[in-house]
Ligand binder design. Structure first.
Ligand code: LMR
Length: 397
């Protein structure tokens, strides 16, 4: 009966993690998946999360189904982080927000909504983008196209080409945008470039869908949402998917959110209802533990302040690793520019290594990068950085 079922080749990012786990080399280094490890190579449990979990555990509570849209405190946390505490758009009740199963769940519910209510819309993603963006939208029967983004020659953005491309799109086409810490390149737009993009979005009647999985890892909590707040100020309709996997180090709890900014409260009410209906059809309602952690940490002033500091400590350690790797590589490899390591933002660096060089790093050194040359800098630490730099210098020879 199942002989016609295709074999699955595996996911380019998650499959790499499985391969890394099975590798017996004691020197192995995981620079593949977008996960933050501390300087000892340990996945941290944030102090603010430990305190929230202590509250959840004592006394032990019953686990009813959550509402389809998730906990009110989780949803409020998403809204205040993205749009700002007391933001006018929140006071006007123009944002429909649901808690979701990670950022991927938000993308899925959003993509299904677009397919149902805007069946003519195509979704355009940056070239390159996180591979799952394409998979999730296509799986929701939304046609996906690519817009020019990364310029391998300059290590920057093909800005003029991108703008020229946006000019060719149709009203209601969706633009999947990364407000900060672009995945996989780490190359972000400047605020001035965002202004130009968003003016064009408004002029052409395009619909921005901003996927933010790394808030706090770029500049800071506020600067990282510049594009989101600017779009709201301009009165644009807007989809935002956000994730707490990275900035709460809650990967396995699958906590995120989907927010849709609407022109009026009535529209937001309709959209909210349809998002709930969408959730009901896909997974009924979200799980509760991660939602309670988000609710407690984000809505308690002291825990929230502690959380922000912990995120900044992760961000700063990544930055130190960027600087150290750049310095060591510059001392070992002549005639090659490594400045991208310190200008790119967030967890990822697009190294420019070819698939062959990435394969050699894996086979000869047990160093795991994604095949497109993406390195998760957060997997570097003071114990493995010299080893990684030497290996990179070797494959670059
Ligand atoms: C990544 O890009 O590595 C992360 O977002 C994890 C994933 O699900 O791919």
């Amino acid at each position: 009966m199942f002989s016609a079922v295709d074999y699955y080749a595996g996911d380019p990012i998650l499959g790499l993690m499985e391969k890394y786990k099975a590798d017996q080399n004691p020197k192995k280094v995981n620079l593949g998946v977008g996960v933050y490890y501390d300087n000892d190579g340990i996945l941290p449990v944030l102090e603010c999360v430990k305190k929230a979990e202590a509250q959840i555990a004592n006394p032990v509570k019953a686990r009813p189904y959550l509402p389809m849209e998730g906990l009110a405190g989780h949803r409020l946390a998403c809204q205040e982080l993205l749009f700002g505490k007391g933001a006018k758009v929140l006071e006007e009740n123009r944002v429909a927000t649901i808690a979701t199963i990670g950022g991927s769940g938000a993308l899925k519910v959003g993509a299904e909504f677009i397919n149902q209510w805007f069946p003519q819309s195509k979704c355009y993603v940056s070239d390159p983008t996180w591979g799952n963006h394409i998979a999730i939208f296509e799986n929701a029967d939304v046609e996906v196209g690519k817009y020019p983004y990364y310029d391998a020659q300059t290590g920057g953005v093909k800005f003029d080409e991108m703008i020229a491309f946006f000019n060719t799109l149709n009203k209601d086409d969706v633009l999947l945008l990364h407000p900060c810490c672009h995945n996989p390149t780490g190359v972000d737009l400047t605020q001035a470039q965002w202004d130009i993009v968003l003016n064009l979005v408004q002029e052409k009647g395009l619909v921005p869908f901003m996927d933010i999985a790394y808030q706090g890892f770029g500049e800071d909590m506020e600067a990282d949402v510049y594009a989101i707040r600017k779009a709201v100020d301009m009165g644009l309709p807007l989809f935002v998917s956000n994730s707490f996997s990275k900035n709460l180090s809650l990967y396995g709890e699958r906590v995120g959110g989907l927010s849709v900014v609407c022109p009026t409260e009535d529209e937001a009410t309709r959209v909210f209802g349809q998002l709930k209906f969408g959730v009901r059809r896909i997974y009924s309602s979200p799980p509760s533990h991660g939602g309670h952690v988000v609710d407690i940490v984000m809505n308690d002033d002291a825990l929230n302040a502690e959380w922000v500091e912990e995120v900044y400590a992760m961000r700063d350690r990544i930055q130190q690793m960027r600087e150290q790797l750049r310095a060591v590589l510059e001392s070992k490899v002549e005639g090659r520019d490594f400045s991208y390591l310190t200008t790119q933002k967030g967890m990822f660096s697009f190294t420019g290594l070819t698939p062959e060089q990435v394969a050699k790093l894996q086979s000869d050194y047990a160093i795991y990068l994604v095949g497109n040359g993406r390195m998760c800098v957060a997997g570097l630490n003071t114990n493995n950085i010299e080893y990684v730099a030497n290996a990179m210098a070797d494959v670059l020879k």
